[in-house]
Design a binder for this molecule. Structure first.
Ligand code: ZN
Length: 281
């Protein structure tokens, strides 16, 4: 199943068209895309039996918002692929990788213009995003997929000067400028994948591929992250987890490279879809 946020309303995607959930369910489920995660199991059961018929409408990707537009918590992890840890000059983490947040105001839909912070070094990080569908506190890795509503593409856009300034890194601030957390284009439930633990992810700048990896190379897989994070804090329905990026970011290049005005960044995950960001100054 695929759900999306079309102009602020929850829709079910059926044969490439958008079916308005509030109308199709005769009001049983409201239009708020974020609210559906509170009733995820009930919604899944309804959607499995729903007969959308020919009520779907065509839509433009630019009209989509984040499938989780207002999460209470956004958890993000760094250094979760060996090749990216190496290019960043860090040892592979022993316990959980570094955990930070992308503040919720940075969350946007899949097709956006992003303003480059003045004087900054703005970088790209394509990442698999998992959205929580059932409260998870102290769950085992074996049970973790049962707490995931679905997967989406994410970009952990990062301004490296702000991120790395000061006596201790400011990951959360450097990664939370407006528009720095595009998510989408829709949410795909885990059962849609042959293997949700092995998806190809890549991104390109102006058509030139800069990152390519597979989620099977995550040091902490989605289930391992949920087990590790939920050992400390409860993960709530609708929470977003950015799972880390493979090698190929601008920081790790020689010479280093940053996003510039006019650049178009396209981020893709196999079986999900793509994000498209245009950078302005
Ligand atoms: Zn990241």
């Amino acid at each position: 199943m695929r759900i999306a946020n079309l102009s602020g309303r929850l829709v079910l995607l059926h044969e490439g068209k958008a079916v308005d959930v509030e109308r199709a369910s005769a009001g049983r489920f409201g239009p708020d895309p974020q609210a559906v995660y509170e009733r995820w199991a009930e919604f899944r059961a309804w959607a499995a039996d729903a007969e959308p018929g020919d009520t779907g409408v065509s839509f433009a990707p630019a009209d989509l918002g984040s499938p989780a537009p207002a999460p209470r918590q956004v958890l993000a992890v760094g250094l979760n692929y060996r090749d990216h840890a190496a290019e960043s000059g860090f040892a592979v983490p022993q316990g959980l990788p570094p955990v930070f947040t992308k503040f919720a105001t940075s969350v946007t839909g899949p097709v956006t213009d992003v303003r480059l912070p003045e004087g900054g070094h703005t970088d790209w990080e394509v990442e698999l995003v998992a959205v929580v569908g059932r409260r998870a506190h102290q769950v085992s890795a074996a049970d973790a997929w049962g707490h995931v509503a679905g997967l989406a593409v994410g970009q952990d856009i990062s301004e490296r000067i702000a991120q790395l300034a000061g006596p201790a890194p400011q990951f959360s601030l450097g990664k939370s400028f407006p528009g720095f957390a595009p998510i989408g284009p829709w949410l795909v439930t885990p059962d849609e994948f042959e293997n949700p633990d092995d998806l190809e992810l890549r991104c390109a700048i102006n058509g030139e591929q800069v990152q390519k990896g597979r989620t099977r190379d995550l040091i902490f897989s989605v289930p391992a992250l949920i087990a590790g994070l939920s050992a400390v804090l409860p993960l709530l329905p609708g929470d977003v987890i950015f799972t880390g990026t493979p090698a190929g970011v601008g920081l790790g290049r020689n010479p280093q490279r940053w996003l510039a005005e006019g650049d178009e960044l396209v981020s893709t995950i196999e079986g999900i879809g793509e994000l498209r960001q245009r950078f302005t100054s």
